[in-house]
Design a protein around this ligand. Structure first.
Ligand SMILES: Cc1cc2nc3c(=O)[nH]c(=O)nc-3n(C[C@H](O)[C@H](O)[C@H](O)COP(=O)(O)OP(=O)(O)OC[C@H]3O[C@@H](n4cnc5c(N)ncnc54)[C@H](O)[C@@H]3O)c2cc1C
Length: 493
């Protein structure tokens, strides 16, 4: 067996979270090996957030142009998907090439390795024939892949995941979208606005089943207004493809279209990571971490793989904690001050001194105080349909299930001046969930033309536990969408 090569840190998976951790630790002077088997940057820039939001931006301009007819005159719109596909190819993804991202990482001093990494015992990572001994720690940022349900026949068909949906150069005439979660409804609306006949098949009773029922109602109405058919309570049993047409069979019902997009959730693949070699159970759905992202003493995880929320902002948030943690560990191992407030020096063999001692003084977390701990109470999430659905913290149902003595406040956006001027059809609202005993908001939803932006005020309120009494005595600019928050607060009961 090859002699392990001694480095400071190995980061396995350079998606959003891993790339951030690896780059910042390399900048801090650690010797960092970053391992990525596909594209550096991961799902978000190539098949996720960025290209999908480019598609949504394009679909929204079409919808806005069509609104001219009711508000300002007349307009005819001729959608052209080629422009969208070109923008995604050229501006967003460099034709799915990560050379710029690799250069960015190596430019920070990191060492890049293309391949699949797996743990190979405590402190060790194997990439093909190469083995690394990481004396400061290992970071796993291996993300998730689409979770494909075990529906009879599906695996043998040329169905799409989000990858093919984002890469598509020519649109099909019709599309079945299996899964009415955030990704499903976003893509359904875009494709419908470009003239595709879209049907959403959702297993539960409503789209966006994890959000407030009122959000589901508004989004379903918006999709229908765009010509999308929505079928709920569809338990798909079999999928056929005859070369031209997909057919999804569900009980007495069946649905046909030229293409089938499967967006039924995502799943981590822990079995590939060699977790058994460090005594961690690989049969779990996600990799559990503590509030400093530890899997074990010197193995950290970031991003979707942790199961704390499949969002880029979660991966980035966790990455900043891991960077602070690894630097703190390294500093303590070098005999520097303890930034975390915990006394123990974790970790075994520390090799020859590296650049770490000097660099840490300038970049490390101790200057700022303690290493932060993860807190997801005010986790924001936005579904970028039109109208947007922004939400933070608990839904009414979650608060009830936790037995919280709660108050609910609700207001329709159309009853606000701005909503009325704007004609917020098919709807929009602000819904607030307050902990009546504590007198603070613990959840909120903002649906509307700028629902994700209006959400920011509510995120601050939940995050900082601003007393409801103070929120009621704030000044809300007139006539903004966010001014509706005041009415929802007045409705809290
Ligand atoms: C269509 C779509 C739209 C989305 N829109 C949004 C949005 O608007 N806002 C938002 O916040 N989030 C959005 N997301 C979610 C967001 O993309 C993810 O939360 C984010 O990419 C997670 O980053 P990550 O670093 O955890 O994982 P990933 O981005 O999945 O990266 C993990 C990387 O690890 C690599 N890898 C895995 N195993 C190994 C191994 N053994 N060795 C080497 N490399 C490995 C993979 O190749 C991959 O590149 C969207 C996702 C999708 C699919």
């Amino acid at each position: 067996m090859a002699e392990p090569e001694l480095v400071d840190v190995v980061v396995v998976g350079l998606g959003v979270g891993g790339e951030e951790v690896a780059g910042r630790l390399a900048e801090a002077g650690l010797t960092v090996v970053g391992v990525e088997r596909d594209l550096v940057g991961g799902e978000c820039p190539y098949w996720g957030c960025i290209p999908s939001k480019m598609m949504i931006r394009a679909g929204n301009t079409l919808a806005e142009a069509r609104r001219v007819n009711g508000l300002a005159g007349s307009a005819q719109v001729r959608p052209d998907w080629a422009l969208v596909a070109k923008r995604i190819r050229e501006e967003a993804t460099d034709t799915w090439n990560d050379r710029a991202a690799v250069d960015r990482f190596t430019g920070k001093g990191g060492r890049f390795l293309r391949g699949s990494g797996r743990l190979d015992g405590p402190g060790r990572v194997r990439v093909g024939e190469q083995v690394f001994q990481a004396r400061r720690g290992i970071v796993l940022g291996t993300g998730t892949r689409p979770s494909i349900p075990p529906i009879d026949g599906l695996a043998d068909t040329p169905y799409w995941t989000n990858h093919q949906a984002i890469e598509v150069a020519e649109l099909p005439t019709s599309l079945l979208v299996l899964g009415g979660g955030a990704i499903g409804v976003e893509l359904a609306q875009v494709f419908a606005r470009f003239g595709v006949r879209v049907t959403v098949l959702e297993a539960s009773g409503r789209v966006l089943a994890l959000e407030e029922p009122e959000s589901s109602g508004v989004v379903a109405a918006a999709l229908r207004a765009d010509g999308v058919e929505i079928a709920t309570d569809v338990k798909a049993e079999r999928v056929d493809h005859d070369g031209d047409t997909f057919t999804v069979h569900a009980g007495e019902r069946s649905f046909n279209a030229e293409q089938l997009l499967v967006v039924t959730g995502r799943r981590a693949h822990l079995d590939e990571l060699g977790l058994d070699t460090i005594g961690v159970d690989a049969t779990q759905r996600y990799l559990p971490v503590d509030d400093r992202m530890h899997v074990t003493d010197e193995v950290w995880a970031v991003g979707d793989v942790t199961g704390e929320g499949a969002f880029t902002h979660i991966a980035m948030y966790q990455a900043s904690i891991v960077v602070a943690e690894v630097l703190d560990h390294a500093r303590r191992a070098e005999g520097g001050p303890d930034a975390s407030g915990t006394a123990s020096v974790v970790g075994g063999a520390m090799g020859a001194a590296s650049a770490v001692g000097g660099a840490l003084g300038a970049v490390g977390p101790s200057a700022a105080g303690t290493v932060p701990r993860a807190d997801y109470r005010a986790l924001p999430r936005v579904t970028f349909t039109d109208p947007e659905v922004g939400a933070v913290g608990l839904t009414e149902r979650q608060a009830r299930e936790r037995g919280i003595n709660m108050q609910v406040g609700f207001t329709e956006l159309s009853s606000s001046t701005r909503g009325w001027i704007h004609r917020t059809e098919p709807g929009g609202f602000i819904k607030l969930i307050a902990d009546a005993d504590q007198g603070v908001l613990i959840g909120a939803t903002s649906v509307g033309p700028a629902g994700g932006e209006v959400l920011s005020a509510l995120v601050v309120a939940v995050h900082a536990a601003v007393p409801v009494s103070q929120l009621r005595h704030m000044i809300y600019a007139y006539p903004t969408f966010h001014r509706a928050i005041e009415s929802a607060l007045a409705d809290l009961s």
